[in-house]
Design a protein around this ligand. Structure first.
Ligand SMILES: C[S@@+](CC[C@H](N)C(=O)[O-])C[C@H]1O[C@@H](n2cnc3c(N)ncnc32)[C@H](O)[C@@H]1O
Length: 288
């Protein structure tokens, strides 16, 4: 699979982490993301950690929630993403302090109970099940008793693309998940595996020892006629899925291959009935 289609960050090589890919995705989903953050009800003036902050696209929304006097420690495994975030936002957004720290989600370099709240978006998909359990355990450890923990990622069960035969999008998700479970190391299959389990986030959190877990999904929709931002995002996403579908020998090859072999104007992207949707799921719970 070509690295340009995979949009990998230069530092980590992880797929779908390149800055421009993340920017286009964030901009296309911004409305839905505001709704997800509102569900988390982060407290004003609190000190939080943003794990896997990437280039920092969520920082303004988080800072808006915390307000003046709040503090965000933005962490990532990619130094280039941290540098990008610092250059973009500096040490403060509207009175909310921002700090940057190189850190691994499964082994955070902070003492127990360091934060009032924990936030992470679109990161757990890079972790297998054992690593994800460690990430949850670390979230519990670094958040103070009574503190709030929020895990956001995408929910593969809500992925749709139209016009297509019924079930086309889900057959691709299933094929990727099965490939991953059968031991495939094909890029993006682990991300999709996590996304196919993300509708269980409440149970993941309860099993990790959190209390009062609840979850909320937001459907983010891209419908013809597409805005310029949505068009660019859908083109990139579907082109990547065409590569993934080929890699895992998913059913519906003819459908998916249109996005890698034809110009966008010759694909369903130009259809007046074009519709694509992705689901975003957030789980919120408390440290006992
Ligand atoms: C898809 S990006 C999401 C970035 C940002 N949260 C957003 O939603 O725009 C995933 C980010 O997680 C980071 N990441 C992946 N595994 C990580 C880990 N084990 N610890 C910390 N960061 C990690 C990547 O470097 C990347 O910046």
């Amino acid at each position: 699979m070509s690295s340009s289609t995979l949009a990998s960050d230069a530092d980590t090589g992880m797929a779908m982490t390149e800055v421009d890919w993340l920017r286009v995705h964030y901009d296309a989903c911004a409305g839905g993301y505001s709704e997800q953050l509102a569900f988390c009800e982060l407290e004003r003036g609190s000190r939080i950690i943003d794990v896997g902050c990437g280039p920092g696209f969520f920082l303004p929304l988080l800072a808006q929630q915390l307000g003046p006097g709040g503090e965000i420690v933005a962490c990532d495994l990619s130094q280039s993403h941290l540098d990008h975030a610092r250059k973009r936002h500096g040490d403060e957004i509207d009175g909310c302090t921002i700090r940057y720290q190189f850190a691994n989600a499964v082994e955070l370099p902070f003492p127990d109970g360091s934060f009032d709240a924990y936030w992470t978006a679109n990161v757990s998909q890079y972790l297998d099940d054992a690593q994800f359990r460690r990430m949850l355990a670390e979230a519990r450890r670094v958040t103070r008793r009574g503190g709030r923990v929020a895990f956001k990622d995408w929910d593969a069960a809500l992925f749709r693309v139209e016009p297509s035969e019924t079930g086309t999008a889900q057959r691709l998700m299933d094929a990727c998940n099965r490939a991953f479970l059968a031991g495939s190391s094909a890029p993006v299959t682990m991300n999709i595996h996590r996304a196919t389990t993300y509708s269980h986030i409440r149970r993941w959190m309860t099993a990790a020892g959190f209390r009062d877990a609840r979850q909320h999904s937001t459907l983010i929709e891209f419908s013809a006629p597409l805005s310029e931002g949505h068009r660019i995002w859908c083109e990139r996403l579907l082109k990547m899925f065409a590569q993934v579908a080929h890699e895992v020998q998913s059913p519906d090859q003819e459908f998916w291959s249109q996005f890698s072999t034809k110009a966008p104007a010759e694909t369903i992207l130009a259809d007046p009935d074009f519709y694509c949707a992705e689901g975003s799921m957030v789980g919120v719970a408390f440290v006992p």
